[in-house]
Design a protein around this ligand. Structure first.
Ligand code: NAP
Length: 340
């Protein structure tokens, strides 16, 4: 006996990836409903070798469904997640709506699986921001060994992090550069993204940081340890899939680079590719479609007392969103619902 599972936002970047990953990992699904807005009613999506037809979330009855993986943005989540939760269906949400609510667990299964039991507070579990998810998978095992004091991170985030419209904008602007008869004005991004980089993701906060940067700070504290200080600069780059991060970590205790490499090699969810030669590291194009978070360029930072630098790359639609949500579903099944 398996689960009755809902995927909401099944026509989007993250929703489609959720369907792929549920099929790839052979999640025990008895029945699957795929939802989107009324605009997409009847759209067909793939689940393994099956084709499913999208239903309108507005008229869907969540009663009797075990869990719903949501990827529909905060505004729609605010309307439909409480409805699903009240009907007894556990919501695993990808939007930022519930992440900072102290009643709602924010989970990366490699870091804080024990938080799963707090699902019962509201019948809702939050999935972190894509840039946080891949970073904390690397931070947690290092923190357990040498206690992290401070993290300085610069991100290089792909356009798929801004949904399917973000990918279209990069594609159309790139074509327009070669065919200057058409002009594609920035819509999803604040400036031209083709052949450019943009040091703004999400809106500005009062202190001059952006909301994406703020998310990395507060989510790392909630998932790993409130004592860790994080400062972030988040940058959008013209890459379709895969976020990269240059991470500088300062520890309370000394941690040798070779030991850090060994710890990361053994850590769940991580693949270390770190040859000190041309091309001996991972770039985002190589990580697209993969489950792992890749770590390269591990090296001592001798400018601080106990410092390590590393390069962290992952598929933002997978570990940054859909994979983490499916891992939470697996954890919920294993620890709480116990079917399948
Ligand atoms: N992309 C990432 O790397 C990433 C990472 C972490 C979290 N997230 C979060 O995941 C969510 C989805 O992101 P995405 O990248 O998949 O976006 P997307 O490609 O733009 O897809 C959005 C999905 O939401 C549906 N939707 C929009 N408004 C709706 C409404 N009012 N009612 C029902 N469904 C509605 C869309 O359905 P229609 O086709 O009917 O419009 C579509 O299926 C967002 O909350 C995002 O912040 C994304």
């Amino acid at each position: 006996m398996g689960y009755r599972v809902v995927v909401a936002g099944a026509t989007g970047n993250v929703g489609r990836e959720m369907l792929n990953i549920l099929a790839e990992r052979q999640f025990p699904v008895d029945e699957l409903a795929v939802l989107a807005s009324r605009r997409s009613l009847g759209t067909e999506v793939s689940f393994g070798d099956k084709t499913l037809t999208t239903q309108d979330i507005d008229t869907f009855d969540f009663t009797g469904w075990d869990m719903a993986l949501f990827a529909i943005g905060s505004d729609a989540t605010k309307v439909y997640a409480p409805k699903a939760a009240a009907a007894g269906c556990v919501v695993i949400d990808n939007s930022s709506l519930y992440r900072y609510d102290p009643e709602i667990p924010l989970i990366v299964p490699e870091c804080n699986p024990e938080a799963i039991h707090d699902y019962k507070n509201m019948n809702i579990i939050a999935n972190p921001n894509c840039s946080t998810a891949q970073m904390v998978v690397a931070l947690k095992p290092l923190h357990d060994r040498a206690k992290i004091k401070r993290v300085v991170v610069s991100t290089y985030q792909s356009v798929s992090g801004a949904g399917k419209e973000g990918m279209d904008e990069l594609w159309d602007q790139t074509k327009a550069v070669y065919n200057p008869t058409t002009e594609v004005e920035p819509k999803k991004f604040q400036k031209q993204i083709a052949f450019n980089v943009i040091p703004q993701i999400d809106v500005f906060m009062e202190d001059g940081s952006t909301k994406e940067e703020w998310k990395m700070v507060v989510e790392t504290k909630k998932i790993v340890d409130p004592s860790i200080k994080v400062t972030a600069t988040c940058v959008r780059v013209p890459v379709f899939v895969g976020h990269s991060e240059a991470v500088n970590i300062e520890f309370e205790e000394f941690l040798d680079e070779d030991e850090a490499r060994d710890i990361l090699r053994e850590a769940p969810g991580i693949m270390v590719i770190d040859k000190r030669e041309a091309g001996g590291y991972v770039s985002p194009v190589e990580c697209a479609g993969d489950f792992a978070t890749f770590i390269s360029r591990i090296r001592q930072d001798s400018t601080v007392e106990n410092g390590i630098n590393l390069w962290c790359v992952s598929d933002n639609l997978r570990k940054g969103a859909a994979l983490n949500a499916v891992q939470i579903a697996e954890l919920l099944g294993r620890e709480v619902l116990k079917k399948g």
